[in-house]
Design a protein around this ligand. Sequence first.
Ligand code: GSH
Length: 202
Amino acid sequence: MKIHRFPLSGHCHRVELFCNLTGIKHELVDVDLAGGEHKQEPFLKLNPAGKVPVIEDGDAVLADSNSILVYLARKYAPEWLPTDAVEEAEIQKFLSFAAGELAAGPCAARLITVFGVPLDPERAKEVSAQALSFLENQLAGRDWLVGNRPTIADVAMYSYVAHAPEGNVSLDPYPAVRALLKRIENLPGFVAMPATKVGLAA
Ligand SMILES: N[C@@H](CCC(=O)N[C@@H](CS)C(=O)NCC(=O)O)C(=O)O
């Protein structure tokens, strides 16, 4: 299986992290975002939306990090995606959260500091604070976001939350969130996304 990725992308990292945690063999193919490779053929054949990550697994060519997590879990690591109706709905809730509040919050805050993207830093910090408070509340009395073991919900949450300080978003007020990050980092096979020394991480 190939993962087309950009090494400093949290969306790509969540796919790489999942493959490493579950032992799914993969080859990393770097896409030159700065050079615009993702907006040209042949990349656009893989993903007409012009975004990474994309995976190629035999005949399956899939884009969107969360949809890729669902596919990989269903096919290769079903214990990471429960089929109980309530738990599956809870998983979907956190995948939507990752694509919504986390993208508009900590991901956007880091796009500003790491890549110089002209977004509103105050708005990104405000959305981040709301998102992290929500996560903190969801974790009351629990070790994992859904059920009593790690799932793709935890993986989808990890990368942008762990790197939030790079976007000037402090994790200090969120002890349960920090404990969950540590739990994930202690799982066998964990791989980190490269750190960037900017923002509060400088
Ligand atoms: N919803 C997508 C978002 C992917 C995304 O935003 N990828 C960024 C890198 S983090 C990208 O390819 N940006 C290039 C662009 O939009 O031009 C996912 O979850 O995979």
